[in-house]
Design a protein around this ligand. Sequence first.
Ligand code: GAL
Length: 682
Amino acid sequence: MSPSTTPPTALPVWLPGVGTLCYGGDYNPEQWPEEVWAHDAKLMREAGVNLVSVGIFSWGLLEPREGEFDFGWLDRVLDLLHDAGIRVDLGTPTASPPAWFFHAHPDARVVTRDGTTLGFGSRGMASPSSPDYRRASVAITRALARRYGSHPAVVLWHVHNEYGTPVSECYSEHSAHAFREWLQRRYRTLDALNSAWGTAFWGQHYGEWEHVSPPSAAPSVVNPTQRLDFARFTSDALLACFVAERDVIHAEAPGIPVTTNFMAGSCQSVDLWAWAQEVDLVSNDHYLTASDERNHVGLALSADLTRSIAGGRPWLLMEHSTSAVNWQPRNLAKTPGELARNSLAHLGRGADGILFFQWRASRSGAEKFHSAMLPHAGTGSRVWSEVCDLGRDLAALAEVRGTTVHADVAILWDWQSFWAQDLEWRPSVDLDHRERIDAFYDRLWQDKLTVDFAHPEHDLSRYRLVVAPASYLLTGRAAENLTRYVEAGGTLLVSYFSGAVDEDDAVPEGGYLAPLRSALGVGVEEFLPLREGARVHLAAAQAVRRAFDGVSADVWCEDLTLAGATPVALYADGPAAGKPAVTRHEHGAGTGWYVSTRLDVDALATLLAPVYEDAGLSPTTDLPPDLEIVTRRGATHRYVVAINHTGRPVEVPVPGTDLLTGEWSTSSFTVAAGAVRVVRSA
Ligand code: GAL
């Protein structure tokens, strides 16, 4: 990990001088004639916009030739916005280096794993390890920070754009060199590297550092630990680029927070637990998956993950869409009311600002079919009127800013484990870490239990229940942490194919799951993956667990060896017939549950019912599953956000005042189909 070089500064928790929720989007005025700008500012005010992100892709215009800057247009834009009372989140344009840069430094282009060098004409295509890219990106950042460091409109700096996309790994010569340096810092000796990578296998032993290279395409599967380390290196190399720009901004523009827009939950190539430590304020981009009919659950997951990496502090939704995007196979327009439901779901889960990509729809370029706050159809459109409605809603919700979200349940999330699990030659192609996380999350979401995400080495003591749906790679420290959590009274639920390897992607001594044996009281003798489409059935192992009778599962079974745990459900058929499928183990003051097969979201209800009981949790079962409820808590009030994703009105038993309509009730509110209530309660 690149060490942070900036001493902690006394930065405000929120944007300096901004006492309200933020509302706005990416603003790209350089795509429009100057006479449009004043009209933009007027319309922004009409919509309630108070924050826009400017200059994210403007490098080619701001520095038309190396070292020659043209800030005139940006001066005028910032002054105009300031005069209109609109704050600015100022971008550093380093996600899109200009043509002159690649012409002068062709070796700074990204090389893919199969050796293809990526060309100019798009965006996001410089190698993070190119010294020329580092020098040039720091130079434009310094020039911007010097010029605008004390501009009164600028309340936030937005470094780069979505690090890790559209490309993350780079296999250029610069990257190979930087990778070797990174490995030397990690392992110090070649012996240590040879041992960690298990190079005795397939004769991969290294005798010289110079012979070690990135895991480029090879005749067969490349050493998995080499690939895992390259993924770690990639995240660190990108983070070093961020830190270099951030440090320049901190020096030139003290007191203004610096962020970069994450893609929590969708971009897997950066380890956001580490990244979140380096930003002053967490911001996130989220786009719905149009093919998923219940994509509001994925939205909630992304928001909960963002809040978790932000350590529970307020965060900013930097980008989402007002309606359709343009980069999925079928780009569905949002239905009436969906824009508000999406935005307020993010707010309910801790966002204190709601921004969109982008303010005004582009007429040219790759994103002309992407929706915007001000669509091609103009101010007579449905989208524009919903944008203005949301501006009014956020103004009515001002007092929610700074309140927090409390969760009793944590789901473990570790990017490094995912990188390792997603490599080739795993026991079954049907093992999918994300599918398991989504399934457990969906179950908890439907049961209306708010979830934090946590790293397996984090302090977990505040949670009643910790769920590990996909902890394939488990470090010794993580296993000890989980064991201590159970000993101290926690309830831990672990799903299959966890604890399969250590941090070097090596099977632990004692076999699969061995590091969790004392917490779970069970070991895995052999993996028993199923054929595509095959199903197995469970049977209750105890009279009180009859609900398990007949529950079916697929994808995966395991041959379990009991080491103190009690079987709760057995396999009734399949390769492990008669053996335990689900186990429960009392350890210290707590309980460790293990499930060795794939239960779908409905079947997970059977598993979770007794787990909730152990954890002392009460799921909400008397409201429809797709009625979303989440609560923000302040010093004097709580704010219950109820979002009705169903087609029918639902009565929600919360007394208080609906801040969106001013209505009050001493007992409950009807939430109309597709509507949202934000109820201030005692
Ligand atoms: C984001 C990106 C934006 C815009 C948007 C379109 O990933 O940061 O610049 O391209 O996608 O949905």
